[in-house]
Design a protein around this ligand. Sequence first.
Ligand code: GDD
Length: 315
Amino acid sequence: MKALVTGASGFVGTYLVEHLTRLGYEVYRIGRPGSSSTLTMLPIDQQLSVNPEDEDTLLRYIDLISPDQVYHLAGFSSVRESWNSPAEVFQANAVNSIHLFEAIRKSSVGGRVRVVTIGSSEEYGKIDASIPIKETSVLNPKNPYGLSKVSLGMLARHYFEVYDLQIIHTRPFNHIGPGQRLGFVASDLAKQVANIELATSDPIIKVGNLESERDFSDVRDIVAAYEALAKEGEAGQTYNVCSGTPTSIKTILESYVSMSANKEIRIVSDQALLRPIDIPRYVGDSTKIREAIGWTNKYTLKQSLLDVLNYWRDV
Ligand code: GDD
C-alpha cells in the first residue's frame, strides 16, 4: 500500500508517517521546498518538494507515485494565530486544498485513491455544547481558522459529489502530544513547568483563558484514526475524532502544577493570551467513528500530559 502525506514534517504528520511506516506502508511525503530535512525516517526519494500552488507538479508526482491513499495534513493549524493572518489561513487551508483536489481528479488515480482531509472541531464554533457535538450539528465557526476548515469540508464534499473523489473528511478535536510546538495550551503550560524545574525562570506560569473546556486526545490515537478511516471510512462522510470527555484548561493547569516538583508556583493571567472570541466548550460525540471503524482513545489524558511535560524536560 502506498500512502502520500502532505504536511508530513509537521507535528501530526511526523506521527502519521511513523505509524504508517510501522504498519508496512510505502510512505511518500510532499512538502514545500526546504521542509524535508526533519523527516529522516523516509528515504530521500520518497520526500518530494513542491509548492502547494503548483498544480502541474502535484499532478506529475501523484501520477508517478500512484498512491492508494492521500492524507492531506498540510495547512495552518493555530486558532490563535489565525486572527492575525486570515488571508494566509484561507490560502493554506482552503485554496491549497483546491490545488491538491484538482491534481488528484486529473490524475490516473482520481476516482479510486482514498483521501483523508483534516478539518476541525472549530468548524462547529458557537453552538449549544451542553450535549456532545454530532457531525450533523449546525456549523457556526467564529474564527478565521474555523471558517477556513468549514470551507475545506465543503470543498471535500464538492469534489466527492461532482468528481467522485473518495474523500473522507475528519473533524479532530484538540490533540496533544510530545513534540507539539509552543502556541498550543499543553505545550505552553508544560514548557513553563519544565523551565521552572530547571530554574531557568521564576516560579510563575502565565496563562490565558482557564475557563474554556476542550475535548483532548493524544496525537498517537489521532493518527491511528486517520489510517483506519482511510481504510474503512465511507467516502463523502465526515467523522468527529474525539474522546467525548470535556476537560477545562484549569484542570490541565492543575495537573501540571501537581506534576511539578516546585510547590511555590504562582499563576499569572496574561492578557496577550486571550482571544477576541474563545469558544467556551467543545465536547464531541464519537459514536459515528466508533461504530464505523471501532476506533477509541488508547492514551489517557494523564499519560499524554506527562509525556508532553517529559518532552519539554528533555529538550
Ligand atoms: N495556546 C494556549 N496557550 N491556549 C491557552 C493558554 C495558553 O497559554 N491558556 C489558556 N488557553 C486556552 C485557549 O484560550 C483555548 O480556549 C484553549 O486553551 C485551547 O487552546 P489551544 O491549545 O491553542 O487549542 P485550540 O482549541 O485553539 O485549537 C486546537 O484544537 C483544534 C481542534 O479543536 C488546534 O490544535 C487546532 O488546530 C485544532 O483544530
